[in-house]
Unconditional design. Structure first.
Lengths: 493, 493
C-alpha cells in the first residue's frame, strides 16, 4: 500500500491508562439512576450546581479527604503566562465535588441563599496508579447543606438518602442508613482519659473496627497484634481499662434507637462533649421518626466508624443488605454505597470564617453495580428496529418506513452500510439486538407488501423449533405496506 | 482575630479565568433541552457514547476543525514516568467530541456495529484566550454516523436535526436546515478552471460570503477590496469570467429544491465531480421528502458556505429565523445553532483506512439562549415551599410538614438557618423564590392549626393592593394542621 511508509508514525488508538469510555446502556442506565436521585434531591429543596472541571491548584488545595489514600494526587499543569491571556497559575482537574463547593460557597457567599442546599453530579479525576476496577476518572453524586449548624440538616440528609435509594429501585429492607457521631467518640476518648498525643493513633485503630472486629481493635488499642501475614502491628499502649469505654461505644448498638442511646450515654460517662453527641443523635432519631423514616430505614449505629477521623459531628453510611455472590462465588452482603457526615472549615480556608456543613456522597459506580445485580438498572432489552435495504434505488422508501415507525414512537433505523450482501445486514441487525427486521425487495414493493421478521422469536426458534415449525417460518410475516407500523407494534407487544 | 496572621496565605475563591459555574436553572434548563434531543437521537437508532475527558495528545492530534481559530490549543500536561504507573505520555483534555470519536471508532472497530451511529453530549475544553462570552469549557452535543458513504446518512441527520429542534420547542417556521455540498463547489472550481494553487485561497474567500455578500466575494476572488477599516485585502487574482460560475453557485438558490438543483447543474457545467455533487443533493432532497420533511424545514441552499473547506461532501447548517433584539436594540435573525457535514479520514490517522463519516454538532449554549429568548427553556417559575421555624424545639414537627408536602409531590424544605430572627426566614424564602411559607408558632400548635402564606399573591398585593385589601391579609390563611397539604396545593394551583 502507498500508505505503508506512514505506518510507523500512526498514533495508538487508546485511552490513557486508567481512563475508559462508556457505551450505550453504560450511559443511559447511569443517567436514569442519577435522574431519579436528582428528582428526590430537588424535591427536598436542593439546587443543582455544576462547577468548572478545572480549578486553580490554589483554590483546590492539595487535599484529599480519604485518609487511606495517601498517594492520591491531582492532574495539574501550569498555564503559560501571557499578557492578557494565561495567568501562569497552576490549574488542576477537580478531584472531588466538595473542594469546588468550598470555593463556590466562598466566592458567591453574598449571592447564595444561606443555608445553601446543593447537589452535584459529575466526573472527578484522580492522578493515581490505575488498577483493576480503579479508574482515574469516575462519577460522584453529592448533596450538601452549607451554613447550617443544626442537626436537622443531618437528619434531613439521612432521610433523603433513604428516599433516594428507594427511588432508584432498592426495596425497603434491602438497605439501611446507619448513623453515628464523632462527638460521642470524642466523649468516649475523654471518658477513657486517653492522652491527646494518643488520640490520633487510637482513632486510626478504631477506624479498622469494620475489618478486625472487637477483639482486633482491643488488641490494637492496647498491646498490638499480628496481622494476616504474621507481621506485628504495634498497639496504642492503652490499658484495658482505658480501652473498655471505646469498645463499649463501638458495640453499643441495642435492639432499637432508645436502647442504643442509653448504651451510648453510659459509654460517654460524664464527658460534656460526649453528652452533646448523644443528644444530637437523640434529636436525629426523633426527627427521622417525625419524617416517617422508621428504624428499618435509618438507625443509630455506633459501629459506623469509616471516616470518623475526617468528620466533626454526625456521620452516616448507607449499606445494601442483600447478598450477592463475590468473585470467588461466596455469598456476601453488597455493602456500602454512600457515606457522609458533618464537617467544619469548608470555606474557612478562603474566608477565615468557619461555616458548618453536612453532606453525603453516593458511590455512583457501586450503586449502579447493585442495581445491575438486582436486575433493576432499567436496561433496554432490545435495540432499534432495522429496516434493511434490498434495493439501493429505493432508499427513500426505506427511510419513509423508518420515519413512520419513529412517528409511532418506535426506535428504528435504516441499514446504512453497503447493502450488497444481505447476510451482512442481518448480522448487523443481530449486533444491534434488533427485535424486528423489515424487508422489502422489488417483488414485495410491486405487490405493495413488506416482510416483517420477528428476530426475537426467530432466535428462539433457531435453538428450540422442530423441523416442521421451522419450515413454516412463523417468525416472518408478510403484511400490506400500510400495516407495517401495526405489525411491528404487535411484535414489540 | 487570632487568624489574621494567616490572611496573607488565603487562596482566592475564584474559578480560573475563562471558566464558570452553572447554578440551579442553568443546569436544569440545559439538561431538559439535551434530554429532549437525546430522545430524538435515540429514536433514530443513535447510541450514546461518553468518552474519557482525558486523551493522549498523540491520539487527539493537535488539530482543531474550525479554521477561523488558528490559535486554538488544548490543555495538556506530561505524566510522570513511573514504573507500573504513569507512562510519561502527554495527556490533554478533549477539545471537541469528534477527535475522541475517531479514537473510539479505531480502537473498537471490531466491536462496534458498522455503520456506527452515536451521539455524545458533554463538556470540551479549549486553551484559548478567554473573552466576553468566550469560555474555555463549554458543552457540545454531536451526532455522527461513522462508516457509511451513503448520502442517506446525511439526509437522515438533516431530518433528525429538524426533529430535534422541534422537540426542544422551536416551532416549525422558526428554523430552517440548509444543505449544500462541497463536491458541487469543487465542480464549480473545476468548471471555472481555477488553478490548484489558487483553490485554497479561493475557498477561504468563498467562506466569507455570509459576511461580505456577492459583490464582496467577487472582489475578493478577483482584484481585492478594502475592508471596513480601509485596509486593502488582496484578491485571489481570478478573472471575472472565472469568478462568474462561483458566484452563480453561491446565488443559485431557486424558488424550490427543483429550481435550485437545475441552477446548480448549470453552474457545474461539464464537471464530473460537480455532477456527482448535484446528484447527491438531488437524492437528499428526495429522501427528505420521503421522510416527510418538507422544504420549509430542510432545503437545498448553496449559500451555506461555513466550513465548506473542512467538509468533503454534503454540509448542513440549522438557522433560527425568528428575530431577536441584539445588544444595540436592533432586530436581527437569531442565526445559526447547529452545523455539520460529511468528512473523510476520521479514523485514517489511526488505521490507515479511510472511513466515511457524517455528523452534526448543536451549539448548546446558543440553542439554550434561543429557547430563553422565546420563553421556552422550561425554567421553573418558583422555588420550594419553605417551612419556617418559630420554635426550635419543634423542629421535628416542621420536618414532618415538609415530608408530607414532598410525599404529595410538592417541593418543600425546612428553614435550617438560625431561626431567632423571623425576618431573616422570610428574606430567605424570598431569595429562594418560595411560592408559599408555612408558619406555626406555639399558639398555632396548641390550637392544631398552621398559617399558610401565599408569597406570590403577597408580593403582588405589596405593590398593588388598596389599604383595605392589605389589612384583610388575603395572602395569609389559617388552616387546620391536617389541611396543610390541601391548602398549599390550592395555592400552587
Amino acid at each position: 500500500m502507498a500508505k505503508d511508509k506512514k505506518k510507523q508514525s500512526r498514533p495508538k488508538a487508546e485511552t490513557p491508562k486508567g481512563f475508559r469510555d462508556y457505551f450505550g446502556t453504560d450511559v443511559t442506565e447511569r443517567k436514569a439512576m442519577l435522574d431519579r436521585i436528582a428528582e428526590i434531591y430537588h424535591r427536598h429543596g436542593f439546587d443543582p450546581l455544576e462547577t468548572s472541571a478545572v480549578e486553580t491548584v490554589e483554590a483546590l488545595g492539595k487535599f484529599l479527604p480519604d485518609v487511606d489514600r495517601p498517594n492520591a494526587g491531582v492532574f495539574a499543569w501550569q498555564e503559560e503566562a501571557v499578557p492578557g491571556g494565561g495567568s501562569g497559575d497552576w490549574l488542576a482537574l477537580r478531584y472531588d465535588l466538595t473542594a469546588p463547593l468550598a470555593r463556590v460557597a466562598a466566592q458567591f457567599r453574598n449571592d447564595l441563599p444561606s443555608p445553601y442546599r446543593r447537589y452535584a453530579m459529575g466526573p472527578v479525576w484522580r492522578n493515581e496508579k490505575p488498577g483493576p476496577g480503579r479508574f482515574r476518572q469516575f462519577y460522584q453524586c453529592d448533596a450538601d447543606t452549607v451554613g447550617s449548624a443544626s442537626v436537622a440538616a443531618d437528619a434531613e440528609i439521612c432521610a433523603m438518602l433513604a428516599d433516594a435509594l428507594e427511588a432508584v429501585g432498592i426495596a425497603r429492607g434491602d438497605y439501611i442508613v446507619r448513623i453515628n457521631n464523632r462527638k460521642v467518640l470524642n466523649g468516649v476518648l475523654e471518658a477513657a482519659e486517653i492522652r491527646e498525643d494518643q488520640a490520633e493513633d487510637a482513632l486510626r485503630q478504631i477506624d479498622k473496627f469494620d475489618k478486625v472486629g472487637r477483639d482486633g481493635v482491643l488488641a490494637l488499642l492496647t498491646t498490638g497484634r499480628l496481622d494476616d501475614s504474621g507481621a506485628r502491628i504495634d498497639g496504642v499502649g492503652l490499658s484495658e481499662v482505658q480501652a473498655a469505654p471505646v469498645l463499649a461505644f463501638l458495640t453499643s448498638k441495642g435492639a432499637d434507637n432508645a436502647a442504643t442511646l442509653d448504651n451510648l450515654a453510659a459509654a460517654v460517662g460524664g464527658s460534656a462533649m460526649g453528652g452533646e453527641g448523644v443528644d444530637e443523635l437523640r434529636q436525629i432519631a426523633t426527627m427521622l421518626a417525625a419524617m416517617g423514616v422508621a428504624e428499618d430505614r435509618a438507625v443509630i449505629d455506633p459501629s459506623v466508624v469509616r471516616g470518623l477521623g475526617y468528620y466533626t459531628g454526625p456521620v452516616f453510611e448507607a449499606e445494601l443488605t442483600f447478598e450477592i455472590l463475590d468473585d470467588t462465588g461466596r455469598k456476601r452482603q453488597f455493602g456500602s454505597v454512600a457515606g457522609g457526615g458533618r464537617y467544619d472549615g469548608l470555606v474557612e480556608r478562603f474566608t477565615g470564617q468557619k461555616v458548618p456543613a453536612t453532606g453525603v456522597s453516593i458511590g455512583v459506580d457501586r450503586l449502579l453495580a447493585a442495581l445491575r445485580a438486582k436486575g433493576l438498572s432499567g436496561a433496554e432489552d432490545h435495540g432499534p428496529v432495522v429496516v434493511t435495504v434490498m434495493d439501493r434505488d429505493r432508499m427513500a422508501e426505506y427511510q419513509a418506513m423508518a420515519s413512520e415507525l419513529r412517528a409511532a414512537g418506535i426506535r428504528a433505523e435504516v441499514y446504512l452500510g453497503n447493502p450488497k450482501n444481505f447476510g451482512n445486514q442481518l448480522k448487523y441487525a443481530d449486533r444491534r439486538s434488533a427485535p424486528v427486521a423489515v424487508i422489502q425487495g422489488a417483488d414485495e414493493a410491486e405487490r405493495g407488501v413488506v416482510q416483517v421478521k420477528d428476530l426475537i422469536l426467530g432466535a428462539r426458534l433457531a435453538t428450540q423449533a422442530s423441523h416442521e415449525e421451522w419450515k413454516s417460518q412463523p417468525a416472518q410475516t408478510e403484511v400490506a405496506r400500510n400495516d407495517l407500523v401495526g405489525e411491528v407494534r404487535r411484535i414489540l407487544g
